[in-house]
Design a protein around this ligand. Structure first.
Ligand code: IPM
Ligand code: MG
Length: 358
């Protein structure tokens, strides 16, 4: 199989973690007889510095015309004073919208080797943590109109939250289809006691439920969901929710599994060209020190193999290599408990995973 991958290293720890994922992809290509070529894409703060734009049109085109996109992370304090529309994060939002990847899939699954790294009590962890957040990715308040005006002599900032029926329906379908492939429990998370957009959300989810009688739909208010995720995460199979709620809940969900550094994500739309990125940020405080955890990015590459390239055997092999590396005790700082296991850095973690890949 020949595939061209657009590679966005981005800012902070982005380049370090992406480099490890590329080594893994190269090894997969060699072992299984594929040919992966890479096209570099500048996005985020580095693109602002180089081109004066967090995502120049030409860079977006490279992504859209690739077979899939692998992304590290963008942003950092260096660009904090940049005006809103030109911030590094805006490049990421424009990329997601430009690629039309409305469905973001973020697994929250505890690795048995890391159970002790979870901040939750063992009796809660032992009940099992294995759920998935399906986050709407290109609508809602992150994409509504933003404005800052002056009223009565003071500044007023406005961000609008809008959702159309069709936007809700297409992500709702992904939620139901995803639940169907798992334990058939779908929890729709919203704030329908306050927001109109949430009331519409809930109504559409219940309409869809009639088409999926084999899936059990439940509703949960987002504030309650934040609480339930730490109280009893074993109750969840698939959560489907809007953009901002999904952003917040997926960080919370990652933490209870031990470390945000472990969590990959896939974002897909109508085509097989997807966007694959770890859910953590650019961690500027540890950038360039070779201590970041590359596993979230490596597992994102595995998701690319599985969902965009339809290579489940190869994806399984990468996941098994990560698991074997954890079994052998290798831990980056974020998952090291101070006494058990062997503490290692970003590149060496990559070495160990490659060894286990064969
Ligand atoms: C994420 C990040 C992004 C988001 C930021 C960097 C724009 O927090 O992928 O969760 O809010 O979607
Ligand atoms: Mg986030």
């Amino acid at each position: 199989m020949k595939r061209n991958i657009a590679v966005i290293r981005g800012d902070g720890i982005g380049p370090e973690i992406v480099n490890q994922a590329l080594r893994v992809l190269d090894r997969v290509a060699r072992l299984y007889g594929h040919e992966f070529t890479y096209t570099d894409v500048d996005m985020g703060g580095c693109a602002i510095d180089k081109w004066g734009d967090p995502l120049p049109e030409e860079m977006l085109q490279r992504c859209v015309s690739s077979d899939s996109v692998l992304l590290g992370a963008v942003g950092g304090p260096r660009w904090n004073e940049v005006p809103g529309p030109m911030r590094p994060e805006k490049g990421l939002l424009r990329l997601r919208a430009g690629m039309g990847v409305y469905s973001n899939n973020r697994p929250a699954k505890i690795w048995p080797q890391l159970a002790a790294a979870s901040p939750l009590k063992p009796e809660i962890v032992d009940k099992g943590i294995d759920f998935l957040i399906v986050r709407e990715l290109i609508g809602g308040i992150y994409f509504g109109n933003h404005d800052t005006v002056t009223e009565n002599g003071e500044k007023v900032a406005i961000d609008t939250l809008r959702y159309s029926e069709s936007e809700i329906r297409r992500i709702g379908r992904i939620g139901f289809e995803t639940a169907r492939k798992r334990r058939r429990q779908l929890c729709s998370v919203e704030k329908s006691n306050v927001l109109d957009s949430s009331r519409l959300w809930k109504k559409i989810m219940h309409e869809l439920a009639e088409e999926y009688p084999d899936v059990t739909l439940s509703d949960m208010l987002v504030d309650n969901c934040a609480m339930q995720i730490v109280k009893d995460p074993s109750q969840f199979d698939v959560i489907v929710t809007e953009n901002m709620f999904g952003d917040i809940l997926s960080d919370e969900a990652s933490m209870i599994t031990g470390s945000i550094g472990m969590i990959p994500s896939s974002s897909l739309g109508q085509t097989t060209c997807g966007l694959y990125e770890p859910i953590h940020g650019s961690a500027p405080d540890i950038a360039g020190k070779d201590i970041a955890n590359p596993i979230g990015t490596i597992l994102s590459a595995a998701m690319m193999l599985r969902y965009s390239f339809d290579l489940p055997k190869e994806a399984d092999a990468v996941e098994a290599a990560v698991s074997a590396t954890l079994d052998a005790g290798w831990r980056t700082a974020d998952i090291y408990d101070g006494e058990n296991g062997k503490k290692t850095g970003c590149a060496e973690m990559g070495d160990r995973i490659l060894e286990n890949l064969g």
